[in-house]
Design a binder for this molecule. Structure first.
Ligand SMILES: [Zn+2]
Length: 310
Protein backbone atom coordinates (compact mmCIF):
# COMPACT_ATOMS: atom_id res chain seq x y z
CA UNK A 1 0.00 0.00 0.00
CA UNK A 2 1.16 3.50 -0.74
CA UNK A 3 0.72 6.57 1.40
CA UNK A 4 -1.97 9.09 0.52
CA UNK A 5 0.58 11.43 -1.08
CA UNK A 6 1.81 8.70 -3.43
CA UNK A 7 -0.40 9.28 -6.42
CA UNK A 8 0.48 7.13 -9.45
CA UNK A 9 1.79 10.22 -11.27
CA UNK A 10 4.21 11.06 -8.49
CA UNK A 11 5.29 7.39 -8.35
CA UNK A 12 6.02 7.30 -12.08
CA UNK A 13 7.88 10.63 -11.96
CA UNK A 14 10.02 9.43 -9.04
CA UNK A 15 10.81 6.16 -10.84
CA UNK A 16 11.65 7.97 -14.09
CA UNK A 17 13.91 10.38 -12.21
CA UNK A 18 15.72 7.47 -10.53
CA UNK A 19 16.25 5.64 -13.82
CA UNK A 20 17.48 8.82 -15.57
CA UNK A 21 19.81 9.46 -12.64
CA UNK A 22 21.24 5.93 -12.85
CA UNK A 23 21.70 6.09 -16.63
CA UNK A 24 23.37 9.52 -16.34
CA UNK A 25 25.75 8.19 -13.71
CA UNK A 26 26.71 5.28 -15.93
CA UNK A 27 27.47 7.61 -18.82
CA UNK A 28 29.57 9.82 -16.59
CA UNK A 29 31.51 6.82 -15.41
CA UNK A 30 31.93 5.73 -19.02
CA UNK A 31 30.79 2.21 -18.24
CA UNK A 32 27.52 0.51 -17.51
CA UNK A 33 27.17 -1.16 -14.10
CA UNK A 34 25.81 -4.27 -15.69
CA UNK A 35 27.74 -7.41 -16.45
CA UNK A 36 26.72 -10.81 -17.66
CA UNK A 37 28.31 -14.22 -17.51
CA UNK A 38 30.08 -15.15 -20.73
CA UNK A 39 27.50 -17.27 -22.54
CA UNK A 40 30.12 -19.40 -24.38
CA UNK A 41 30.91 -21.89 -23.05
CA UNK A 42 27.78 -21.97 -20.90
CA UNK A 43 28.99 -21.36 -17.37
CA UNK A 44 27.69 -23.22 -14.35
CA UNK A 45 25.33 -20.87 -12.54
CA UNK A 46 27.72 -20.56 -9.62
CA UNK A 47 30.84 -19.46 -11.49
CA UNK A 48 31.57 -15.82 -11.97
CA UNK A 49 35.06 -15.85 -13.49
CA UNK A 50 34.16 -14.69 -16.96
CA UNK A 51 32.32 -11.48 -17.46
CA UNK A 52 30.86 -9.96 -20.57
CA UNK A 53 30.48 -6.22 -20.55
CA UNK A 54 27.06 -5.34 -21.82
CA UNK A 55 27.32 -2.29 -24.02
CA UNK A 56 23.62 -1.64 -23.97
CA UNK A 57 21.27 0.49 -22.02
CA UNK A 58 20.38 -0.89 -18.60
CA UNK A 59 18.29 -4.03 -19.12
CA UNK A 60 17.09 -2.70 -22.46
CA UNK A 61 14.26 -4.48 -24.30
CA UNK A 62 16.93 -5.96 -26.62
CA UNK A 63 18.85 -7.35 -23.67
CA UNK A 64 15.67 -8.69 -22.12
CA UNK A 65 14.75 -10.45 -25.35
CA UNK A 66 18.22 -11.96 -25.55
CA UNK A 67 18.03 -13.10 -21.95
CA UNK A 68 14.73 -14.83 -22.65
CA UNK A 69 16.40 -16.92 -25.36
CA UNK A 70 19.76 -17.33 -23.62
CA UNK A 71 19.07 -16.88 -19.92
CA UNK A 72 22.09 -15.80 -17.90
CA UNK A 73 22.71 -14.69 -14.38
CA UNK A 74 23.76 -11.06 -14.32
CA UNK A 75 25.71 -9.12 -11.77
CA UNK A 76 24.50 -5.61 -11.17
CA UNK A 77 26.74 -3.10 -9.41
CA UNK A 78 24.65 -0.93 -7.09
CA UNK A 79 24.77 2.75 -8.05
CA UNK A 80 24.17 5.77 -5.80
CA UNK A 81 20.45 6.43 -5.51
CA UNK A 82 19.46 2.83 -6.30
CA UNK A 83 16.62 1.15 -4.42
CA UNK A 84 15.85 -2.57 -4.28
CA UNK A 85 12.43 -1.99 -5.83
CA UNK A 86 13.96 0.16 -8.59
CA UNK A 87 16.54 -2.50 -9.44
CA UNK A 88 13.87 -5.22 -9.34
CA UNK A 89 11.54 -3.42 -11.76
CA UNK A 90 14.43 -2.58 -14.12
CA UNK A 91 15.00 -6.32 -14.61
CA UNK A 92 11.33 -7.31 -14.61
CA UNK A 93 11.72 -9.00 -11.21
CA UNK A 94 10.15 -8.47 -7.81
CA UNK A 95 11.78 -7.35 -4.57
CA UNK A 96 11.65 -10.87 -3.14
CA UNK A 97 13.63 -12.34 -6.05
CA UNK A 98 16.38 -9.75 -5.50
CA UNK A 99 16.41 -10.58 -1.77
CA UNK A 100 16.23 -14.36 -2.31
CA UNK A 101 19.26 -14.33 -4.58
CA UNK A 102 21.40 -12.04 -2.42
CA UNK A 103 21.77 -13.50 1.09
CA UNK A 104 23.36 -10.32 2.51
CA UNK A 105 20.37 -8.31 1.36
CA UNK A 106 17.95 -10.84 2.78
CA UNK A 107 19.60 -10.68 6.20
CA UNK A 108 19.78 -6.89 6.15
CA UNK A 109 17.83 -4.84 3.60
CA UNK A 110 19.99 -1.82 4.46
CA UNK A 111 22.97 -3.61 2.88
CA UNK A 112 22.27 -1.90 -0.47
CA UNK A 113 25.38 0.27 -0.81
CA UNK A 114 26.88 1.73 -4.00
CA UNK A 115 29.49 -0.69 -5.33
CA UNK A 116 27.83 -3.81 -3.95
CA UNK A 117 27.57 -6.59 -6.56
CA UNK A 118 24.04 -8.01 -6.75
CA UNK A 119 23.08 -11.33 -8.31
CA UNK A 120 20.28 -10.82 -10.83
CA UNK A 121 18.43 -14.00 -11.77
CA UNK A 122 16.92 -14.31 -15.26
CA UNK A 123 13.60 -15.37 -13.73
CA UNK A 124 11.54 -14.66 -10.63
CA UNK A 125 12.28 -17.11 -7.86
CA UNK A 126 14.95 -18.21 -5.44
CA UNK A 127 18.70 -18.78 -5.83
CA UNK A 128 19.40 -21.72 -3.56
CA UNK A 129 22.86 -22.62 -2.20
CA UNK A 130 22.99 -26.44 -2.22
CA UNK A 131 23.68 -27.87 1.23
CA UNK A 132 24.80 -31.41 2.07
CA UNK A 133 21.79 -33.74 1.97
CA UNK A 134 19.77 -31.56 -0.41
CA UNK A 135 17.93 -33.33 -3.21
CA UNK A 136 16.06 -31.76 -6.12
CA UNK A 137 12.88 -33.05 -4.51
CA UNK A 138 13.61 -31.54 -1.09
CA UNK A 139 14.47 -28.19 -2.68
CA UNK A 140 11.31 -28.23 -4.81
CA UNK A 141 9.19 -29.00 -1.75
CA UNK A 142 10.88 -26.28 0.26
CA UNK A 143 10.07 -23.55 -2.26
CA UNK A 144 6.70 -24.83 -3.42
CA UNK A 145 7.57 -25.74 -7.03
CA UNK A 146 7.49 -28.93 -9.10
CA UNK A 147 10.66 -31.05 -9.41
CA UNK A 148 10.54 -30.58 -13.20
CA UNK A 149 10.65 -26.79 -12.81
CA UNK A 150 14.14 -27.13 -11.33
CA UNK A 151 15.35 -30.03 -13.53
CA UNK A 152 14.19 -28.41 -16.78
CA UNK A 153 15.66 -24.99 -16.05
CA UNK A 154 18.63 -24.86 -18.47
CA UNK A 155 21.04 -23.01 -16.18
CA UNK A 156 20.76 -25.76 -13.56
CA UNK A 157 22.43 -28.32 -15.89
CA UNK A 158 20.56 -31.26 -14.37
CA UNK A 159 19.81 -34.43 -16.34
CA UNK A 160 17.11 -35.75 -14.05
CA UNK A 161 15.59 -35.38 -10.61
CA UNK A 162 18.11 -37.97 -9.39
CA UNK A 163 21.17 -36.03 -10.57
CA UNK A 164 23.56 -35.76 -7.62
CA UNK A 165 23.83 -32.25 -6.22
CA UNK A 166 27.15 -30.85 -5.07
CA UNK A 167 27.14 -28.90 -1.83
CA UNK A 168 28.28 -25.33 -2.35
CA UNK A 169 26.84 -25.02 -5.86
CA UNK A 170 23.73 -22.97 -6.54
CA UNK A 171 20.42 -23.85 -8.14
CA UNK A 172 17.83 -21.53 -9.63
CA UNK A 173 14.34 -22.33 -8.39
CA UNK A 174 12.07 -20.64 -10.97
CA UNK A 175 8.99 -19.11 -9.34
CA UNK A 176 9.97 -20.55 -5.97
CA UNK A 177 8.98 -18.62 -2.86
CA UNK A 178 10.25 -18.58 0.69
CA UNK A 179 7.39 -18.83 3.09
CA UNK A 180 8.11 -17.83 6.63
CA UNK A 181 6.66 -20.59 8.78
CA UNK A 182 6.08 -18.57 11.90
CA UNK A 183 3.51 -19.00 14.64
CA UNK A 184 0.60 -16.58 14.73
CA UNK A 185 0.01 -14.94 18.11
CA UNK A 186 -3.27 -15.94 19.75
CA UNK A 187 -5.51 -13.53 21.65
CA UNK A 188 -5.89 -14.49 25.33
CA UNK A 189 -9.05 -14.25 27.44
CA UNK A 190 -9.05 -11.30 29.79
CA UNK A 191 -6.66 -9.20 27.72
CA UNK A 192 -7.74 -6.27 25.55
CA UNK A 193 -4.78 -6.67 23.23
CA UNK A 194 -2.95 -9.52 21.51
CA UNK A 195 0.70 -9.59 20.44
CA UNK A 196 1.07 -8.24 16.89
CA UNK A 197 3.78 -10.83 16.21
CA UNK A 198 5.54 -13.61 18.09
CA UNK A 199 9.07 -12.50 18.91
CA UNK A 200 11.50 -11.44 21.61
CA UNK A 201 11.26 -7.94 23.04
CA UNK A 202 14.49 -6.34 21.86
CA UNK A 203 13.86 -2.97 23.49
CA UNK A 204 11.68 -2.35 26.50
CA UNK A 205 9.37 0.49 27.45
CA UNK A 206 11.19 3.41 29.10
CA UNK A 207 10.94 7.19 29.48
CA UNK A 208 12.90 7.57 26.24
CA UNK A 209 11.12 4.75 24.38
CA UNK A 210 7.41 4.63 25.14
CA UNK A 211 6.89 1.45 23.14
CA UNK A 212 8.29 -2.04 22.88
CA UNK A 213 10.38 -3.34 20.00
CA UNK A 214 9.64 -6.91 18.95
CA UNK A 215 12.37 -8.54 16.87
CA UNK A 216 11.36 -10.92 14.05
CA UNK A 217 12.81 -11.91 10.67
CA UNK A 218 12.37 -9.51 7.78
CA UNK A 219 9.10 -10.24 6.01
CA UNK A 220 7.36 -11.93 8.98
CA UNK A 221 3.64 -11.27 9.15
CA UNK A 222 2.31 -8.60 11.52
CA UNK A 223 -1.25 -8.90 12.86
CA UNK A 224 -3.75 -6.41 14.31
CA UNK A 225 -3.45 -6.44 18.09
CA UNK A 226 -7.16 -5.69 18.47
CA UNK A 227 -10.14 -5.03 16.19
CA UNK A 228 -10.53 -1.45 14.98
CA UNK A 229 -10.28 0.96 12.09
CA UNK A 230 -7.03 1.91 10.35
CA UNK A 231 -6.56 5.66 10.81
CA UNK A 232 -3.05 5.90 9.33
CA UNK A 233 -1.28 3.67 6.82
CA UNK A 234 1.86 4.86 5.12
CA UNK A 235 5.24 6.44 5.39
CA UNK A 236 5.99 8.42 8.51
CA UNK A 237 8.35 11.39 8.23
CA UNK A 238 9.46 11.08 11.86
CA UNK A 239 11.75 8.07 11.51
CA UNK A 240 9.06 5.44 11.99
CA UNK A 241 9.21 4.27 8.35
CA UNK A 242 6.08 2.52 7.12
CA UNK A 243 3.59 2.85 9.95
CA UNK A 244 0.06 1.74 10.76
CA UNK A 245 -2.21 3.19 13.42
CA UNK A 246 -5.43 1.40 14.37
CA UNK A 247 -8.15 3.15 16.37
CA UNK A 248 -10.04 0.80 18.66
CA UNK A 249 -12.95 3.13 19.33
CA UNK A 250 -12.68 3.59 23.10
CA UNK A 251 -9.74 5.98 23.27
CA UNK A 252 -7.20 3.22 22.62
CA UNK A 253 -4.99 3.15 19.55
CA UNK A 254 -2.16 0.82 18.55
CA UNK A 255 0.81 1.77 16.38
CA UNK A 256 3.08 -0.52 14.33
CA UNK A 257 6.27 0.86 12.80
CA UNK A 258 9.31 0.09 10.61
CA UNK A 259 7.13 -2.17 8.43
CA UNK A 260 8.29 -3.48 5.07
CA UNK A 261 4.87 -2.69 3.72
CA UNK A 262 1.26 -2.54 4.80
CA UNK A 263 -1.60 -4.76 3.70
CA UNK A 264 -4.41 -2.47 4.80
CA UNK A 265 -5.34 1.09 4.00
CA UNK A 266 -6.71 4.09 5.84
CA UNK A 267 -10.39 3.75 6.71
CA UNK A 268 -10.34 -0.05 6.56
CA UNK A 269 -11.90 -2.10 9.37
CA UNK A 270 -9.66 -4.84 10.73
CA UNK A 271 -10.30 -7.79 13.02
CA UNK A 272 -8.04 -8.86 15.86
CA UNK A 273 -5.39 -11.13 14.40
CA UNK A 274 -5.91 -9.91 10.84
CA UNK A 275 -2.76 -9.69 8.68
CA UNK A 276 -1.91 -5.98 8.42
CA UNK A 277 1.73 -5.83 7.31
CA UNK A 278 5.18 -7.39 7.22
CA UNK A 279 8.24 -6.76 9.33
CA UNK A 280 10.72 -4.40 7.74
CA UNK A 281 13.50 -2.10 8.74
CA UNK A 282 12.23 1.16 7.26
CA UNK A 283 12.88 4.54 8.86
CA UNK A 284 15.38 4.88 11.72
CA UNK A 285 15.75 1.21 12.48
CA UNK A 286 18.78 -0.86 13.43
CA UNK A 287 17.33 -4.15 12.15
CA UNK A 288 14.07 -5.93 11.37
CA UNK A 289 11.57 -5.41 14.20
CA UNK A 290 8.15 -3.98 14.98
CA UNK A 291 8.01 -0.84 17.11
CA UNK A 292 4.69 -1.32 18.91
CA UNK A 293 2.79 1.30 20.92
CA UNK A 294 -0.48 1.21 22.81
CA UNK A 295 -1.97 4.66 23.28
CA UNK A 296 -4.86 5.79 25.46
CA UNK A 297 -6.06 9.28 24.54
CA UNK A 298 -2.58 9.84 23.07
CA UNK A 299 -0.72 8.83 26.24
CA UNK A 300 1.68 6.05 25.34
CA UNK A 301 1.27 3.14 27.77
CA UNK A 302 3.60 0.25 28.54
CA UNK A 303 2.35 -2.44 26.13
CA UNK A 304 3.69 -5.25 28.34
CA UNK A 305 1.07 -4.33 30.96
CA UNK A 306 -1.70 -4.91 28.41
CA UNK A 307 -0.44 -7.99 26.55
CA UNK A 308 -0.81 -11.59 27.68
CA UNK A 309 2.37 -13.41 28.75
CA UNK A 310 4.11 -14.70 25.62
ZN1 LIG B 1 11.07 1.23 19.01
Amino acid sequence: MQSDADTPTVGILVRLTLICFAVLLCWTAGTLPLRANDPTPTPAPHTWEKWLEVEEELASPALRRELLTFPRILTYIVQPGDTVSGIASRFGLDIDTIRWSNPELERNPDYLRPGTALTILPVRGVYHPVAAGDTVESIARRYGVAVEDIVNYPLNHLDSADSPLKAGTWLIVPHGTKRLARPKPAPAAGYLFAWPIVGAVTQNYSAGHRAIDIGAPYGSQVYASRAGVVVHAGWSETGYGYTLIIDHGDGYRTLYSHLKGTWVSKGQKVACGQLIGEVGSTGNSSGPHVHFEIRLNNARLNPLEYLPPQ
